[in-house]
Design a protein around this ligand. Structure first.
Ligand code: E4P
Length: 214
C-alpha cells in the first residue's frame, strides 16, 4: 500500500518525506486555506519535495470551469493529479480529463456506486472518506472493503485511496482491506512510528551497553 501525506504544509511534508516512505501528497481547499498562502505557490513547492502524485483540488462546480481551472494546475508539474468532487459535473470533467491523459482523484466518495461511476468516467483514484463516515455512525472501513472487492471482481484499474484517516488503526485496516493508497495526516505519521516498548527497549539497550566490555 502506498502512503500519501494529507497536508498542504510544506514543513510537515519535508519532515516526513525525509523518512523515505512518502509516495505522494493530497491537499484539499480546507488544508490549503489553513496555510494562508497562495495555492499555486504551495503546490509548486510540494512538487519539489515529493516526486509522486500530488493532488490539487478544483473548486469550480461546472465541468467546463473545472477543466479551465485545471489548466493552470497541470501546468505546474507533470505529477499533478486533479482532485474533482463526486458530482454529475465532476464525472463529466473526469471523463474529459481522462481523454486528455490528465490524472484525477475523485473526492468526497461515500458510497460504492459513486466509486463505480468515478471509475467508469476514468478516474485514476477514488477517495472514500473513512473518518467522516465514522463521524456519522457508519463504519467507514466497510466502504473501503466494498470498493476494493467490487474493483477486483470487475478488474477495474482505478486505485482506491483511503482518505479521512483519523488514527493508526485506520491505516492498518485500510492495508488489510487492500486499499491501494492511504493518505495520512502528519500527526498520524508521527504516532505510527512510535511504540512505548520501542522506547523502553532502546533505553534498556543503552543502559546495558554502558556496562558492556568495549
Ligand atoms: C484527502 O484527500 C481528503 O481531503 C482528506 O483526507 C479529508 O480528511 P478529513 O475528513 O479529516 O478532513
Amino acid at each position: 500500500m502506498k502512503f500519501f501525506i494529507d497536508t498542504a504544509n510544506v514543513e510537515e511534508i519535508r519532515e516526513i518525506a525525509e523518512w523515505g516512505i512518502i509516495d505522494g501528497v493530497t491537499t484539499n481547499p480546507s488544508l490549503i486555506a489553513k496555510e494562508g498562502r497562495d495555492f499555486k505557490t504551495v503546490i509548486g513547492e510540494i512538487v519539489q519535495i515529493v516526486n509522486g502524485p500530488i493532488s490539487a483540488e478544483v473548486v469550480s462546480l461546472t465541468a467546463k470551469e473545472m477543466l479551465q481551472e485545471a489548466e493552470d494546475l497541470v501546468s505546474i508539474h507533470p505529477n499533478i493529479v486533479i482532485k474533482v468532487p463526486m458530482t454529475e459535473e465532476g464525472l463529466k470533467a473526469v471523463k474529459e480529463f481522462s481523454r486528455n491523459g490528465i490524472k484525477t482523484n475523485v473526492t468526497l466518495v461515500f458510497s460504492a456506486t459513486q466509486a463505480l461511476m468515478a471509475a467508469k468516467a476514468g478516474a485514476t483514484y477514488v477517495s472514500p472518506f473513512v473518518g467522516r463516515l465514522d463521524d456519522i455512525g457508519h463504519t467507514g472501513m466497510d466502504l473501503i472493503k466494498e470498493i476494493v472487492a467490487i474493483f477486483a471482481i470487475h478488474n477495474i484499474s482505478t486505485q482506491v485511496l483511503a482518505a479521512s484517516i483519523r488514527h493508526n488503526l485506520h491505516v492498518t485496516e485500510a492495508a488489510k482491506a487492500g486499499a491501494d493508497v492511504a493518505t495520512i495526516p502528519y500527526k498520524i505519521f508521527k504516532q505510527m512510528v512510535q511504540h512505548p516498548l520501542t522506547d523502553i527497549g532502546i533505553e534498556k539497550f543503552l543502559q546495558d551497553w554502558e556496562r558492556a566490555i568495549k
